[in-house]
Design a protein around this ligand. Structure first.
Ligand code: FPP
Length: 273
């Protein structure tokens, strides 16, 4: 596979080593979701304006995308703007939208060159038209790319997503397309904005808060959480490695007991011989 080059940084020896150790262990999460928090606090700590924190956060986005793609993560979902973020001061909202437009303009070609596919979920019609146009162009340009899907959650909230799914399912029942008995986990999954991706294996939150903030509420039922005190602009690939290392130590039982998991693994290993 082609080397990925999204940032201008050369891969260090330590980088290569940590990546190969993570890959050797074999359990790279297929879907990593991130609540990128702490931009404002980072800026305040430096005596700078909040928007400077958001701007610095773009470097963390780039480094994270590159590291995840190198590791073989297939889906990366970034919580870039929540439904509740519309309540922020107008000046911050417009500065954030401007930053998003600039970043999309600057990075889309680069994403495309690196075989990365751009995707977005949320109430996108609420975004300023220029922003929506850039987003659609980026999505269209990268639609056939295979390496990793980068989903921007924009004007997104988990409750918005569930509301929509319930409404769509209700409408189908009223129209006789499905019956009440058809409602199960799969039907609900199929009506969520994330219907075309696996549930997140790993959710990373920066900024130290222990909450889900209306992110992927349904989808995170069995997701492993990694919370770091670091603010988002301080987050780098080494933090991704640490998050995945921690993830690899977790025993994901999905409600079962350890012995059942070992038995399953043994059966799988025997079947592959
Ligand atoms: C939360 O920090 C962050 C956001 C609401 C915006 C995230 C945006 C970026 C990282 C930059 C652009 C992103 C892309 C995908 C191009 P906060 O403002 O809530 O920080 P605080 O908790 O310290 O106030």
């Amino acid at each position: 596979m082609e080397k990925i080059a999204l940032t201008k940084k050369k891969q260090t020896k330590e980088d290569v080593l940590r990546q190969s150790l993570l890959k050797e262990r074999g359990q790279i999460p297929a879907h990593v979701a991130i609540i990128m928090d702490g931009n404002g606090r980072w800026a305040k700590k430096q005596g700078r304006m909040r928007i400077q924190g958001h701007k610095a956060g773009v470097d963390s986005v780039r480094d994270t995308i590159e590291a995840c793609a190198q590791l073989g993560v297939s889906h990366l979902t970034l919580y870039a703007f929540s439904t509740e973020n519309w309540r922020r001061p107008k000046s911050e909202i417009s500065a954030l939208m401007k930053l998003l437009i600039q970043t999309l303009r600057k990075e889309t070609l680069n994403l495309n060159k690196n075989d990365l596919k751009l995707h977005a979920i949320g109430e996108l019609d609420r975004l300023p038209p220029v922003c929506l146009k850039e987003l659609h162009e980026g999505i269209e340009m990268t639609r056939d790319n295979q390496r990793m899907v980068i989903t921007l959650a924009l004007s997104y909230s988990g409750r918005w997503d569930i509301n929509n799914a319930v409404r769509d399912i209700g409408e189908k029942i009223l129209n006789g397309k499905i019956s009440l008995d058809d409602i199960n986990d799969e039907t609900i999954h199929a009506h969520l904005a994330t219907h075309d991706m696996p549930d997140p294996d790993l959710l990373i939150r920066t900024g130290g808060d222990f909450r889900i903030s209306n992110f992927l509420l349904w989808q995170c039922a069995y997701t492993e959480f990694f919370i770091t005190q670091k603010f988002w602009p301080e987050f780098r690939r080494s933090d991704i490695y640490e998050a995945i290392e921690t993830y690899q130590t977790r025993e994901r039982r999905f409600g079962m007991i350890s012995e059942q998991l070992y038995k399953k693994e043994k059966e799988k290993a025997a079947a592959s011989v």
